[in-house]
Design a binder for this molecule. Structure first.
Ligand code: PLP
Ligand code: TYF
Length: 394
């Protein structure tokens, strides 16, 4: 029977990882998959996470099932990290999921259960897996203008015009911070205009937040999300702990459904539990427990916040170095946007041919849309990338 199945497209980002591995050149630079790497090119286990893991080994007494929504302590700790005091805790249903991807998937499922005809408005461009999952689920995708490839910043007028078309029963998917793949983000004034527009349309926002702390700070990166939560009657939030806790393979994420009152929260919680049960029964717990321990213990939390700050400042320094290097080589400020973007990614605005030329000439690997992972660079490779870009005529 399976001969009837159509071949499915591969994940281009993951294919790029494979191509990089197979390149025999010594001096190659991997700016592909969105994984944090330090100056030595390693993706370390964060100090506080390692310490929590050690403690957990001592104190953990059972690996019996958690609840369908996972550990409530994890939801509480993540509520504080993401939402803080932007809305009452008892209006928010939450369920742990396998990674942020699991949260995105469960969120889409909840939307589809509520309205089969819902259109999900997505930024153009967005994380390719948003599109892939929506397509797989046979849901309606409605792209909205987001990135201006001339200025390499947000085409805000276009965005507002496009999302103003949403209606009650539609969903507008927003990136909480550190937009993937462009690195171009909304200002707080722009968040407010998005909220005003959504309130007029009656559409529901869904926020995917996968890089809290990697942009301007833990609270700063959640500021837009908190404004949405404080002002909108309903919000879905898909959160990932993969990057900011460095627990990628533990598959740690959370879906939150913000409602107006406790009664609605109760119903939403039932739906989140139901969806988890349909897909995998209980969510993974190990990563969630580590995250909870780090967030709840004062010393671990302080050390974690410090390490997130080191990561953030390291990436920002690379941005400034690259922008400076490009300004010097081109004698222009055409690439000043590199220092303006936030998070791990920047879209350079190179053509696929230029991307290929940089791979061939300098062994630089970036996603075909010219997205680079800044964390794949270090002090020594920044000038190589700058040179490759200039040589390719970017
Ligand atoms: N959403 C965005 C925008 C991402 O970039 C990622 C990246 O990994 C995720 C969600 C989900 O990540 P994970 O499933 O590894 O937690
Ligand atoms: O965009 C990225 O590179 C990260 C990691 O199927 C990732 O979000 C890449 C591909 C994928 C899942 C996660």
């Amino acid at each position: 029977m399976f001969e009837l199945l159509k071949e499915q497209p591969e994940d281009k980002i993951l294919m790029l990882m494979q191509a990089y591995r197979e390149d025999p050149r010594e001096a190659k630079i991997d700016l592909g998959v969105g994984v944090y790497k330090n100056a030595e090119g390693k993706t370390p286990i964060m100090r506080a996470v390692k310490a929590a893991e050690k403690q957990l080994w001592e104190v953990e007494e059972t690996k019996s099932y958690t609840g369908l929504a996972g550990d409530v302590g994890f939801a509480d700790a993540m509520f504080d990290l993401l939402i803080g005091d932007a809305c009452p805790r008892d209006c928010v249903a939450a369920a742990a999921t396998p990674g942020g991807t699991g949260a995105v998937r469960q969120g889409f499922d909840m939307i589809r259960m509520a309205n089969r005809e819902a259109r999900v408005f997505v930024s153009d461009p967005t994380w390719p897996n948003h599109l892939s999952i929506l397509k797989h689920m046979e849901m309606h995708i409605q792209p909205y203008r987001y990135f201006d490839s001339e200025t390499r910043s947000v085409n805000f007028a276009g965005m507002i015009e496009d999302i103003a078309d949403a209606r009650v029963g539609d969903v507008v998917l927003l990136h909480g911070c550190c937009h993937n793949p462009t690195g171009a983000n909304l200002t707080l004034e722009q968040w407010q205009q998005v909220i005003d527009t959504l309130l007029k349309t009656g559409a529901t926002p869904m926020i995917d937040i996968a890089y809290q702390g990697f942009g301007d700070g833990l609270a700063e990166d959640a500021a837009g999300l908190r404004m949405v939560v404080a002002q909108m009657p309903e919000v879905l939030i898909a959160a990932s702990c993969s990057k900011n806790f460095g627990v990628y393979r533990e598959r740690t994420g959370l879906l939150l459904a913000v409602a107006q009152d406790k009664v609605r929260r109760q119903a939403n919680q039932g739906m989140l539990n139901y969806l988890n049960r349909q897909n995998y029964s209980f969510p993974p717990d190990h990563g969630a427990r580590l995250v909870t321990m780090v967030l709840q213990d004062d010393a671990l939390r302080m050390d974690w916040e410090e390490e997130v700050r080191e990561i953030r400042e390291g990436v920002l320094a690379l941005r400034q170095q690259l922008a400076g290097e490009l300004a010097r080589l081109t004698n222009s400020d055409r690439f000043a946007f590199v220092a303006e973007h936030r998070g791990m990614f920047s879209r350079l605005g190179a053509t696929p041919e230029q991307v290929e030329a940089m791979r061939v000439s300098h062994g630089v690997y970036m996603v075909g849309d010219s997205r680079i992972n800044m964390a794949g660079l270090n002090k020594d490779s920044v000038p190589v990338l700058a040179e490759a870009m200039v040589a390719a005529g970017v």
